[in-house]
Design a protein around this ligand. Structure first.
Ligand code: X2X
Length: 339
């Protein structure tokens, strides 16, 4: 058995304590031949980052130390808007981003975020691993960036508020509600009668805390890991849309890797996505009780009333026109008739 002296144990401990909390990845002994930076907007405690850490370790091992994937969680490299620019310029190599926020650059990518489109997760994965996802990845791949095949899970979104619950669409009337920066998100909440404000996730906690906005919407796993329950009182289970994260890469950066190393990265990223999907499903299932325990008050809503409002406002008809008949048919192949 290896003997570890108390002194060297203590030294190791203080070294660990002094290590900067900059990156989740443990560094290889020798400098890697390729160092790639992956940024995301979620807290280190979210399953996205646990799987990312595992994925980076796998890439390092399978490439025999040649590829180091550095993980930067929690907007460490900038807000989503900033990081998207950095990805496009190649300053960041990989970035997970909501298809809707990606819509500020590639409008067609937003289609998977249509209100009340998917009824459950089987339906989501059929669409995103099927023809709808392929259509979107093709649009993304026509630019300086590309998306790996498997989309990561954000979850079905719920509305939280500081002062009152949302039971019916009229409860959103005039409400200053934070939405992520994206034309589709803004349009949906305008049509619900709210007054949506685009705020990057990096600023959401403080925007809620200082009452710049009254509420926001996110899946339970993000409300929990982002500690939004500390600055919100009510959670209304609207399930108004599903959202995910495309794992995006800068084409020039990725093409610098030889094909065998590209394959190692691709497989590790896609496998991590599939595991992370399930982590989030499970986490969301168990979170209501936990969030109630820390003071969030839950209510169910009549989803049909919300959907009806979007139909009446012309929301579906407008976006059908914007996305075009072919893309819309791909969406309705999975969602059924919308609007
Ligand atoms: O910005 C958000 O609300 C988040 C974290 O859900 C997204 O990335 C879209």
């Amino acid at each position: 058995m290896q003997h570890i002296s108390r002194r060297s144990f203590l030294q190791a401990l203080s070294l660990a304590a002094a290590a900067p909390a900059l990156s989740l990845v443990s560094r290889p002994a020798r400098a890697a031949e390729f160092t790639l930076r992956y940024a995301n907007n979620l807290p280190a405690a979210h399953p996205m980052n646990a799987r990312a850490k595992e994925m980076a370790a796998r890439v390092l091992a399978e490439s025999k130390g040649r590829v180091e994937l550095q993980v930067f969680p929690n907007n460490q490299l900038g807000s989503d808007t900033d990081t998207l620019s950095q990805l496009r310029s190649g300053a960041v190599d990989f970035f997970t981003l909501s298809p809707l926020i990606l819509g500020t650059f590639i409008p067609a990518a937003q289609i998977s975020g249509m209100g009340f489109a998917f009824k459950d997760y089987d339906n989501v994965w059929a669409a995103l691993d099927g023809d709808l996802g392929a259509h979107v990845r093709k649009q993304i791949g026509a630019t300086s960036i590309f998306a790996f095949d498997k989309i990561w899970n954000g979850g079905f979104r719920q509305i939280t508020m500081a002062a009152k619950p949302v039971a019916q669409p009229k409860d959103l009337q005039g409400v200053k509600l934070r939405v992520p920066p994206s034309p589709l998100w803004t349009s949906m909440f305008k049509d619900f009668g709210a007054s949506p404000a685009s705020v990057n996730f990096a600023e959401v906690y403080s925007a809620l805390q200082t009452h710049v906005v009254e509420g926001q919407e996110n899946p339970l796993s993000i409300i929990y890991t982002g500690k939004l329950y500390e600055v919100q009182k009510f959670c209304s289970l609207t399930n108004h849309m599903w959202d995910g994260f495309w794992f995006l890469g800068n084409k020039d950066s990725f093409s610098r890797l030889p094909p065998d190393l590209q394959a190692i990265v691709r497989n590790a990223v896609n496998d991590a996505a599939v595991k992370q999907r399930q982590d989030v499903v499970q986490m969301d299932q168990n979170l209501r009780a936990k969030l109630e325990g820390v003071g969030l008050k839950f209510n169910e809503v009549d989803q049909a009333a919300f959907r009806k409002q979007l139909q009446a406002s012309g929301f579906y008809a407008d976006w059908q026109k914007k996305f075009g008949p072919q893309a819309w048919a791909l969406l309705e192949k999975y969602s059924g008739k919308l609007g």
